[in-house]
Structures are given as structure tokens and as C-alpha cells.
Design a protein around this ligand. Structure first.
Ligand SMILES: Cc1ncc(COP(=O)(O)O)c(C=O)c1O
Length: 304
């Protein structure tokens, strides 16, 4: 790796993470929100983009082009990090992803390739990337996705909450965040309840993949999640409309402005408290993956 690349990677690493955590008394529970939208492009995916690209450069020696399949946030983060490092980036993003994300990717210099709602199979993506001379980062199975959250987000969250976390709730997309943070919390605290959230009817919950919440896995079970699912204690399913209502609830109760996947996580926590699974007086952690402003069309349409 050249010294210029090493310097740029260090500068990228110093820019991501150390995000703030804000706590509120809600439903008799202390709910702490880690605001990942404070990362440079506005989501938790900046962490994994830098981790995965750094590892790829280290392993390959040098790199000209990276590619990724994404619901939009990882694509944005990859376009940003690749741009700083002078790499070409090709991003395969579902047509139905938010227009804000697609415009952002183009603005950052990424080559956006729109794909159908079924996504691309891993093999198709690898082949398509290779045809263009690019390396597929493959967040759905890349170990550095998990490690970015195990070594970064999870450690920060423990520090932010003084090592006092009874329950951790997070939507599952690739599973990188829930398994990375979940593993760290289990190793350090032992008894934290780790709750994964999926759209209603998801394959992870044993269904056929019905509802759609942007960023969360509906029809597939990502290999990365499977590899580390032992760190997840329970899955809670949330409907799309319910997730959007969750965004509105968080906004009214706290003033925070999260995206739909955080609305889903909040609704899952609410159900667990109402069902008596989480005791009043507990301390809960939720990752705010991104901001409402990425989804204004959807939120206006569905009333979030
Ligand atoms: C908005 C949003 N929330 C949650 C997630 C899930 O994160 P992970 O892929 O780490 O499971 C994603 C993933 O794309 C996302 O974009």
C-alpha cells in the first residue's frame, strides 16, 4: 500500500464513528439512541465501507475499482470512501431505493446501476463486477462488515452507556451491525438481550418475504447473519406501516428524526416492553442507522 493511500485511509477512519448517544425516559425504560447519522455520509455504513475497502487494499496490494450491491446506504458510503481514495466505484442499487440516496451516490462520483427489486445473486454480482474490472466488496458475507461493528460501534456503545445495557435492538439488513455489536455486548456484559428486527414475513423469521422496510432483509437470509446468528436472542417482525408510525413516535417523543429501520426497531422495543419481555426500569440501546430526510417521499405518503 502506498503511503498516500495509507494516509487517506487513516484520515477516513478518523472521520467515521465516535457518534453521539442520546438517552430518554420512554415507556418506563431508559432508551438510548446512538446517532449513526452523524457519520460523514449520514449512516452507519460509512464504518463498514472504510473497513472493507482497507482490508481489500491490504489483501490485494492495490485496487482500481470496487463494487457493491446495496439498498443505498452502503453504496453511498462506498462511493464516498472510494472517491477519497481515487478508486472507481460501481454500485448496484434497487430501483425502489430512495431517490435521495441515488442522487447522493451520483454526486459522490459512484457509477449507479439500477437493478430489480429481487436484487442480484452473489454470483451475478461477482461476475458483473469482474466484467467491469472491479472487486465486489460483498457486505452480505464480508467479515469486515461484522468486525467494523464488533471493534467500533459495539465498543463505543458500551462506553457511551457506561457498560449498562439490558437490551439491544437493531434491524437486520446484512446482519453486520446486530452481530458485531451483539457479540461485543455478550462478551463484555454476558446477559444483554439482543433483539433483531425484520420486516413482517421475512425469510429470517421463517416467512416468504412480504413487507418492505428499506435497508432490512426481507426475502433472503444473508450469509453474514447466519455465520453469527448465535449472538441474536430473538427476532421481532414489524410491518412497513408500523415502522413508519415508529418514526413519527420517535420524532414526537424525542425530537430525533430517524429513518424507517429505526422506527421499526423502536416499535419492536415497544412490543417487548408491552409484552413484559423487557422490564420497566431497564436500559435499552437502539442504533439510529440514518435520517428521516432520506425518505421524505415515503414518510409523507405513509404518514410518518
Ligand atoms: C437504514 C438501514 N438500517 C439498518 C440496516 C441494517 O444494517 P446491517 O446491514 O448492518 O444489518 C441497513 C442496512 O443496509 C440500513 O440501510
Amino acid at each position: 500500500m502506498s503511503s498516500s493511500t495509507a494516509r487517506k485511509l487513516l484520515s477516513l477512519k478518523l472521520m467515521v464513528g465516535s457518534t453521539p448517544t442520546k438517552c430518554y425516559r420512554i415507556l418506563g425504560v431508559e432508551v438510548c439512541f446512538k446517532l449513526e447519522y452523524a457519520n460523514p455520509t449520514g449512516s452507519h455504513k460509512d464504518r463498514i465501507a472504510v473497513y472493507m475497502i482497507e482490508a481489500a487494499i491490504r489483501e490485494q496490494g492495490s485496487l482500481d475499482c470496487v463494487a457493491e450491491v446495496s439498498s443505498g446506504n452502503t453504496a453511498t458510503s462506498v462511493a464516498w470512501a472510494a472517491g477519497v481514495l481515487g478508486l472507481k466505484s460501481i454500485l448496484f442499487v434497487e430501483k425502489r431505493a430512495s431517490e435521495v440516496k441515488k442522487s447522493f451516490i451520483r454526486y459522490l462520483g459512484g457509477i449507479l446501476v439500477e437493478i430489480g427489486d429481487e436484487g442480484l445473486s452473489r454470483q451475478e454480482a461477482i461476475e458483473e463486477a469482474a466484467r467491469q474490472g472491479c472487486l465486489l466488496l460483498d457486505q452480505n458475507s464480508n467479515e469486515y462488515n461484522h468486525l467494523a461493528h464488533y471493534e467500533g460501534t459495539g465498543v463505543e456503545l458500551l462506553h457511551d452507556m457506561n457498560g449498562d445495557i439490558d437490551v439491544f435492538v437493531m434491524g437486520i439488513g446484512t446482519g453486520g451491525t446486530i452481530t458485531g455489536v451483539g457479540r461485543r455486548l455478550k462478551e463484555e456484559l454476558g446477559n444483554t438481550l439482543v433483539v433483531g428486527v425484520t420486516p413482517k414475513g421475512s425469510a429470517i423469521a421463517g416467512g416468504g418475504g412480504a413487507d418492505f422496510i428499506e435497508g432490512l432483509s426481507s426475502k433472503t437470509v444473508p450469509p453474514l447473519f447466519n455465520r453469527y446468528r448465535r449472538y441474536v436472542d430473538r427476532i421481532v417482525e414489524v410491518g412497513e406501516r408500523e415502522a413508519i408510525e415508529g418514526v413519527g413516535l420517535v420524532r414526537k417523543l424525542t425530537g430525533l428524526l430517524p429513518g424507517p429501520s429505526t422506527g421499526a426497531a423502536f416499535q419492536a422495543l415497544r412490543k417487548l416492553v408491552e409484552d413484559g419481555v423487557v422490564d420497566r426500569g431497564s436500559k435499552a440501546a437502539i442504533i439510529v442507522a440514518d435520517r428521516a430526510s432520506r425518505y421524505l417521499g415515503l414518510l409523507a405518503r405513509l404518514g410518518g
